[in-house]
Design a protein around this ligand. Structure first.
Ligand code: FAD
Ligand code: SIN
Length: 570
């Protein structure tokens, strides 16, 4: 950010919730800008989606790579977003990317370099040029997270530099509700070591990440339980685009695990397809060219949906397909996979697959929530004193389907902008305005669909609430493929559970899991309600009962929900 501390900001205090890329970077910048920072994180500082990021972070640098331009990055982002992105937000994301990449380098992030000493750039699906910076090959998230955490700990322990604020770190501290004074958010209640406590500040920045744990199969670690959306919603903040949940096409299908403990999710990065890997079915047939001209490098929602449709057409809707990375090793020489993708090489081997010689079983898994707490272009939400950045926020950059490697970038660019708003005392509520780019539909050929996945039937007795039951329900009824009947059935079941769990009330339970369960249930209701309201298919929201590309007007329609208007309350 490199801006002189605002004179009136010197002793302002920002409470940052979350230690992924958005929270860590924002905390560092806020302290540099002269604010005192309290940084809360539910588990260890390294427990975040950020730490698991593999492919990298997209950016057109100050000196663009040959053949690449900021305009192309903007175009690719808008196009992957299926016409539902906020074009101004996308322009900001892509134009300002280089500044924040420089910010990461300044904080010590070790990006990989090529033989000429320049940033090595990878290609990922739906990018028209190689523009993905990475670190440690496929350990980008760990590289970013490690460097930012080290910088935060230094800022916490080091002597107070002139003009700088302090960062106080509260790890293993779970925010359970937002404190409000006359409607303004002024702090956070949290659980730490079995006790409920509170911290106050001039504003709160939510950077709590995503919600993959809404679904039975996910790439996300255990922290991703929709806490931020639930906390913000209970405080009266508007949320938007929550019907759009991205499923990553290639999560490794692993065994049941040992002693009933499910194995950690294992994503096989899109960058692997960027290097040439292909998808085949159980018959060895490469099916993606039948579904999209860009085949394996089509936008992520298209690839996931094509896998689901293809499996359904084979009569194995709950089966899996295979990623063939052996072709890369054949084309680029022995040892290439281990060098370019060291983490995946080790993890697949641990799971019993030598991917240099064998196919990797893969299936789509819940990966990224495009929707979230509605913000303007400076992280302001509709509630005064409450800012949001990163995956928890809905800035409009991700549209109906996020372009690969644009998420880490969003956390950076909009995390910084939120801090700038805070430092300039511009953290008052706004009712964010939104525009969509209105591009045409995603172009996926829509085969006549035999909707294979069996949802929970209305005649089935509603099982008692449990996290597992909720995850199964959402996967079956509101996953890659949806329709009105399944969504209605899900809404009914969630309603029955909500009557018991009361997810809208911030509980004073001392069990962290009870808070997470209530948050997941509330988020599930919001997602299903929005999915019901969007009666046409768009991006990652694919309804088998409305598979045609939507009318132009529908593209422009963004469903913003706020507490008062919500059917959840009816
Ligand atoms: P996170 O990194 O998820 O951090 C959220 C933080 O909030 C965590 O510290 C968590 O503990 C904390 N938290 C949550 N709830 C609470 C609470 N109640 N109280 C206190 N703290 C709380 N994106 C890319 O751009 N490129 C990639 O290559 C890429 N690869 C990915 C690979 C995997 C396996 C996964 C899962 C995601 C990947 N993504 C990638 C997506 C990207 O990693 C995330 O969207 C991004 O890291 C989100 O950053 P964040 O700072 O918003 O949240
Ligand atoms: C991946 O490496 O495939 C994940 C990239 C992303 O989610 O942006």
């Amino acid at each position: 950010m490199n801006q002189a501390p605002h004179p009136s900001a010197v002793r302002r205090k920002l409470v940052v919730v979350g230690s992924g890329i958005a929270g860590l970077y924002a905390a560092l910048l806020a302290a540099e800008g002269g604010a005192d920072v309290v940084l809360l994180s539910k588990a260890s500082l390294a427990d975040s989606n950020t730490s698991y990021a593999q492919g990298g972070i997209s950016a057109v640098l100050e000196q663009p790579a040959p053949g690449d331009t900021v305009a192309a990055h903007i175009e690719d982002t808008l196009s992957a977003g299926a016409g539902h992105c906020d074009p101004e937000a996308v322009r900001i994301l892509c134009r300002e990317a280089f500044k924040d990449i420089a910010g990461l380098v300044r904080f010590g992030v070790p990006f990989d370099v090529n033989d000429h000493g320049a940033h090595a750039l990878g290609l990922e699906a739906a990018h028209s040029a190689p523009r993905i910076l990475h670190s440690g090959g496929d350990a980008t998230g760990a590289g970013i997270s490690g460097a930012l955490i080290a910088a935060v700990l230094t800022a916490q322990d080091g002597p107070e530099a002139r003009g700088r604020g302090r960062i106080r770190v509260l790890a293993n501290t779970q925010a359970t509700s937002l404190i409000q004074d006359s409607g303004r958010v002024s702090g956070v209640e949290y659980l730490h070591a079995g006790r409920l406590e509170a911290v106050t500040g001039d504003a709160v920045l939510l950077a709590t990440g995503g919600a993959g744990r809404l679904f039975a199969q996910t790439t996300n670690p255990a922290i991703a339980t929709a806490d931020g959306v639930a906390l913000a919603w209970r405080a009266g903040a508007a949320v938007a685009d929550v019907e759009f949940f991205q499923f990553h096409p290639t999560c490794m299908v692993q065994g049941a695990g040992v002693g009933g403990v499910a194995p950690e999710p294992l994503l096989i990065s899109e960058a692997v397809r960027g290097e040439g890997a292909v998808l085949v079915d159980a018959n060895g047939y490469r099916f993606m060219p039948d579904y999209h001209v860009d085949a394996e490098l089509a936008p992520r929602d298209v690839v996931s949906r094509s896998i689901a449709l293809h499996l359904a057409s084979l009569g194995t809707p709950n089966g899996h397909v295979f990623l063939d990375a052996t072709v890369i090793e054949q084309a680029k020489g022995p040892g290439f996979l281990a060098k370019r993708f060291p983490t995946i090489t080790v993890r697949t081997a641990q799971a019993g697959v030598d991917w240099t010689r064998e196919l990797v079983p893969v299936a789509p898994a819940a990966h990224y929530w495009m929707g979230g707490v509605l913000t303007d272009l400076d992280g302001r939400t509709s509630v005064p004193g409450l800012l949001a950045a990163g995956e928890v926020a809905c800035t409009g950059v991700q549209g109906a389907n996020r372009l690969a490697s644009n998420s880490l970038l969003e956390g950076l660019v909009f995390g910084r902008r939120a801090v700038e708003a805070f430092l300039s005392q511009g953290d008052e509520a706004v009712v964010p305005a939104r525009r969509s780019s209105g591009a045409p539909g995603d172009g996926t050929p829509k085969p006549a669909l035999v909707f294979g996945t069996r949802g929970l039937d209305k005649r089935d007795p509603v099982p008692p609430f449990s996290r597992t039951a909720l995850q199964r329900l959402l996967t079956a009824n509101a996953g890659v493929l949806r329709n009105g009947e399944l969504l209605q059935s899900a809404a009914d079941t969630l309603g029955e559970w909500a009557a018991v769990v009361l997810p809208e009330l911030a509980a004073d339970a001392l069990d962290p899991k009870a808070h997470e369960d209530a948050n997941l249930l509330l988020a599930a209701q919001l997602l299903v309600q929005a999915a019901q309201a969007r009666t046409s298919s768009l991006g990652a929201h694919y309804r088998s009962d409305a598979p045609q590309p939507p009318a132009h007007n529908d593209l422009l329609h963004r469903y913003t929900m706020s507490r008062k208007a919500s059917l959840v309350h009816d």
